[in-house]
Design a protein around this ligand. Structure first.
Ligand code: SAM
Length: 223
């Protein structure tokens, strides 16, 4: 998968995705900055970002592109949010939801204050009706909140904000849901729950070796 804002760059014999840096000269979490074709790219670490791991593991349809409007749940300090901000560019927007004030402060200081297309929302994703700054519907909902009821939370956010035909990317941390079950069975169970709620599964990606017992589900909403 390659677009103007995502490139595969070889570094120390490893091919990694990299994103076109929206804030020249600035890095967010110690990632390498690399010049190519007169442009600056930020190497996207698959061990630090499950979206980078998904690309590396063969995500077929990357729904985030130039101009995409994204609702991102579980923004944390903004590692992945910053790369999503690079990809959507000045014409897109990332509504970044994070309830933990300590990490949200870092998200604001290191990412949102430097990137006009990142709008921090210090709220719990269990209460989507409380995001007053989200306007209209979004193209993509990205959810990485590591909670036992993460699938239901993600669905309620899609019902409130995802346009029909939009895409949800849901990170499943299987141990947050059931430590005793086989991780693959947990992911399959959550995928079935999504199908019951009007989602069409596009792809399920096992994130090993980058993240143990994690899966990424890519699905389409309400088509
Ligand atoms: N997505 C981030 C990245 O790739 O840079 C990492 C996310 S981390 C695994 C999970 C985050 O979800 C934590 O920052 C946590 O505070 C947040 N979280 C947990 N419960 C949440 C909830 N109910 N609503 C929104 N965020 C939540």
């Amino acid at each position: 998968m390659e677009s103007d804002a995502i490139r595969w760059i070889s570094l120390n014999g490893e091919k990694n995705a990299a994103t076109l840096n929206l804030v020249k000269g600035n890095n967010v979490y110690g990632e390498k900055l690399v010049k190519q074709g007169g442009e600056e790219y930020r190497i996207w670490d698959p061990f630090r970002s499950k979206l980078a791991a998904s690309l590396k593991k063969g995500m077929k349809n990357m729904p985030i592109r130039n101009g995409t409007k994204v609702l991102y749940l579980g923004a944390s300090t903004g590692t992945t949010v910053s790369h999503v901000s690079d990809i959507v560019g000045p014409g897109g927007i990332v509504f970044a939801v994070e309830p933990a004030t300590r990490v949200a402060r870092e998200l604001i200081e290191n990412v949102a204050s430097k990137r006009k297309n990142v709008m921090p929302i210090i709220e719990d994703a269990r209460r989507p009706q409380s995001y007053f700054s989200v306007f209209g519907k979004v193209d993509v909902v990205y959810c990485d909140i590591a909670q036992p009821d993460q699938t239901d939370i993600a669905i309620s956010n899609c019902v409130a904000y995802l346009k029909k035909g939009g895409v949800m990317l849901l990170v499943i941390k299987t141990r947050s849901i059931d430590v005793t079950m086989d991780p693959r069975a947990v992911v399959a169970q959550e995928a079935a729950r999504l199908e019951k709620n009007g989602f069409l599964i596009d792809q399920i990606i096992n994130l090993e070796p980058f993240d143990k017992d994690h899966g990424m589900i890519s699905c389409k909403y309400g088509t």
